[in-house]
Design a protein around this ligand. Structure first.
Ligand code: I6G
Length: 790
């Protein structure tokens, strides 16, 4: 048996394990262990290093969190200058480059006017990031520097160390004593979107594009900020090298990859310029679906000796060229801001632009999202703006060029009246509940209050109502809906059901047969499921899933219409804001009238009628108390109170009985005081009583927590989820198990009832087999949920 390792040995082992996993994850793109296992090893290393601080070294994976902040970056001289590349914008320029390479290499048939031989080129995408140089000595990362002017850059060592894809020490063996690798630090698109969302939420600075975000993140004096940004590194070449490297560009990059340095996954060899053009077209087609921004592809003569023979012109090599793609960003002028009215009445600003070609497409409109975005951009009419087209999404205004603002620039004003119907426009409110009180704050959306009396909202509402996933009325496209509304034939969804043959025939696109078909489709839509109908109503924030949930849980339109916002929040995933949207939709007199008309005109909803048993079972008094959000009363306090009080009346009485409450156990003094104060407010008593009465009217009765669980099929069982689930997310799986009464635990023990193991399951699976615990795969798990009615 081997001896227990010393702390130093275990630390060394953990570091090399983590380095190896990082290498497989980032360089080979072949993760070998689940993230959770990686985290466990990482935490073990952190704990050991905390216990033995003298064993901490700068290349430990734990040291990527970012050290001390600097006051200024130091200077770094590049022994081998960092070059720049010549560009080709047109195909002809690339052909000319190839001819000059052939001529330079004295290839047969190759002259400046027409080539014959085929040169081998390495091909890579040109990432839109920042060029950096990383210096390794004896395999250890000793310095990172920006390109600067090519001869002198800035020392950003502390920052590059925080980038996960930069190895702190090289893998394998045989690396030169000094090895400088060069490449691009960039921010993947998904990381950029997430960072901007985080920044916007916290009121921080947002970035115009991933390149700016990467630059802003790398040039931070505080490396902790860099550490929190999703940066990556991709190597494309070398600088100073103390020994020999393979004789070709691709061979050299493959060697660097073997030492743990990430290189492009798109690296290819092309024989001849035609193959280069094919590569350019292929990457161009996939450009928007790549995980990162690129602005072109780079071709390099593959044989290093040939590169040396071709040499340099000033600071650009004769042996490499960047073949650029059309820019995704362009400058243009903001001519005006107009306001569009959507289905739910949201009045959104749209930028009208001086037409400009962006990546081959003429752009004259761009989305501005909402007025907060206009304010964030500091946008004024007349401004010169940067427009960005990313993939197939609508072009965006990403930045104002404030230096170019004309003297007569005008502010963008929110219209007080709806531009379509003239109704009042009001700002949406955000509802928050804390300490038992609901509070409202201003949202970023403005809404026309005209509802269906607004032609814009009416058209969009009808288009939604008839759509395939809603009432599924075939034959009514957007144009036809617009005509019906413009002709005054349809003033609400209910009017669809009184349309006659004579009214439709003769409208554009409607001959006799298509009219008959449309009338048949309308008639066929008269028996929708409750879920379809709720979705078709177009309640703000209620998508198909929420509509299904409402229908399944509450079982009837009558209950959905009456439900108080607080009762609706008993549904999983329905927060207070959505609950208020639903409630106020059904409170609205006009909406109620449309629904009544629809039913009067022959719509028959297919409803379950019954309250769903699972929904009925979630009404525990403890949960109710918890939802009241009384300061200081969390889940445990709520449970203790529920146990003692037994009902809402009991709870109110308890809050008023000074002595009884004072001696109660399991609740601290502050919480007791908060409870007294809460029920001393008549408005709170009225609200709690109304919720209680509604739950009862719906057929729900307070149940004890225990009883609820006892009635469920997996009551008393403990389940563990491990590995990755492919069909169902882990959160959903957990919710389903809990709804069936099971507890979901994070580790396996002899008490575990069952382990659901997906691909990549590791130590938990091993433990389960060791203890003889039942293990099932995802397919059997889904079958079991089906059987148990989940
Ligand atoms: O800026 C660059 C991007 C990509 C490069 C580059 C590259 O190769 C894929 N290669 C060199 C040699 C240089 N800049 C100078």
């Amino acid at each position: 048996m081997s001896a227990t390792p010393t702390a130093a040995e275990r630390i060394a082992h953990l570091r090399s394990e983590l380095d190896a996993h990082n290498y497989r994850y980032y360089v080979l793109d072949e993760p070998s262990i689940p993230d959770a296992e990686y985290d466990r090893l990482f935490r073990e290393l952190q704990a050991l290093e905390r216990e033995h601080p003298h064993l901490v070294t700068s290349e430990s994976p734990t040291q990527r969190v970012g050290g001390e902040a600097l006051s200024v970056f130091g200077e770094v001289r590049h022994e081998v200058p960092m070059l720049s590349l010549g560009n080709a914008f047109e195909e002809e320029e690339l052909l000319a480059f190839d001819r000059s390479v052939q001529a330079g290499l004295g290839l047969q048939g190759g002259d400046l006017f027409g080539g014959g031989a085929s040169v081998e080129y390495s091909c890579e995408p040109k990432l839109d990031g920042l060029a950096v140089s990383l210096r390794y000595e004896h395999g250890q990362l000793v310095r990172g520097a920006t390109r600067g002017d090519g001869s002198t850059g800035e020392d950003i060592s502390s920052n590059v160390r925080t980038i996960r894809t930069v190895p702190l020490r090289l893998q394998g063996e045989g690396w030169p004593q000094v090895l400088e690798v060069r490449g691009e630090v960039y921010m993947p698109k998904a990381g950029f979107d997430a960072l901007n969302a985080r920044q916007a939420q916290s009121g921080g600075k947002t970035f115009a594009n991933p390149r700016n975000a990467a630059a802003g993140s790398l040039r931070q004096l505080d490396p902790k900020i860099t550490a929190s940004r999703p940066l990556e590194f991709c190597c494309y070449g070398v600088g100073q090298v103390s020994g020999e490297l393979p004789a070709t560009q691709i061979g050299m990059l493959e060697q660097l990859k073997a030492w743990g340095i990430p290189i492009s996954r798109e690296l290819r060899l092309a024989r001849g310029v035609e193959a280069c053009l094919a590569y350019y077209r292929d990457i161009g087609e996939r450009r928007t679906s790549l995980a990162y921004d690129i602005d072109g592809v780079v071709f390099k003569v593959n044989t290093i000796e040939d590169q040396q023979q071709l040499g340099f012109r000033a600071r650009t090599p004769h042996w490499a060229i960047a073949h650029k793609f059309p820019a995704m960003e362009e400058l243009t002028e903001l001519l005006d801001v107009e306001f569009q009215v959507g289905r739910t009445g949201a009045v959104t600003p749209v930028a009208r632009l001086k037409p400009v070609k962006v990546a081959g497409v003429t752009v004259s409109n761009a989305s501005l999202h909402n007025m907060d975005e206009v304010a964030r951009l500091g946008l004024m009419i007349g401004d010169t703006v940067i427009i960005r087209r990313a993939g197939d999404v609508i072009p965006q205004v990403v930045q104002v060029v404030s230096e170019r603002r004309p003297a007569d620039a005008r502010p963008v004003l929110t219209p007080a009246q709806c531009p379509v119907c003239g109704s009042h426009v009001e700002r949406t409110q955000l509802v928050k509940r804390s300490k038992g009180k609901e509070s409202f704050s201003e949202g970023s959306i403005y809404r026309c209050v005209g509802r269906l009396s607004c032609q814009a909202q009416l058209k969009q509402a009808i288009i939604h109502f008839v759509s395939r996933r809603a009432m599924d009325i075939e034959g009514l496209g957007e144009k036809s809906v617009e005509q019906l509304v413009d002709e005054g034939l349809v003033t609400s969804p209910a009017d669809l059901y009184t349309l006659t043959f004579e009214q439709i025939v003769g409208l554009e696109g409607f001959a006799e047969l298509s009219t008959r078909n449309l009338l048949a489709a309308i008639a066929d839509s008269r028996r929708p499921s409750l879920a379809r109908f709720i979705y078709a109503l177009g309640i703000p924030d209620v998508g198909e899933e929420t509509a299904k949930l409402l229908a399944r849980a509450l079982g009837s339109l009558a209950r959905i219409q009456q439900a108080l916002p607080q009762v609706l929040t008993y549904l999983p995933d329905v927060g207070l804001e959505v609950a208020h949207e639903i409630h106020s939709f059904f409170e609205d007199g006009h909406n109620r009238q449309v629904i009544q008309q629809l039913l009067a005109r022959g719509l028959v909803l297919q409803e379950e009628g019954e309250l769903h048993a699972e929904f009925a079972a979630c009404a525990t008094l403890a949960g109710f108390i918890d939802k009241l959000n009384i300061a200081g009363i969390a889940a445990t306090g709520a449970k203790n109170l529920a146990e003692k009080a037994g009902s809402l009346e009991g709870l109110i009485a308890l809050s008023q009985d000074w002595l009884d409450l004072s001696v109660m156990k399991g609740l601290n003094e502050k919480a007791k005081q908060a409870l007294r104060e809460f029920f001393a407010e008549p408005a709170n008593v009225a609200l709690a009583t109304a919720i209680d009465a509604q739950l009862r009217a719906f057929g729900m009765h307070w149940q004890s927590e225990k009883k609820v669980l006892e009635g469920l099929p997996l009551a008393g069982q403990t389940w563990v989820l491990t590995g990755s689930l492919e069909v169902m997310s882990r959160d959903v799986a957990k919710d389903r198990l809990e709804a069936l009464g099971a507890k979901v635990a994070g580790s396996v023990s002899a008490k575990t009832s069952c382990v659901v193991a997906g691909p990549g399951a590791g130590s938990k699976l091993a433990k389960a087999s060791e203890l003889g615990v039942r293990v099932i795969d995802e397919e059997s798990f889904l079958a079991e949920l089906d059987r148990l009615g989940q």
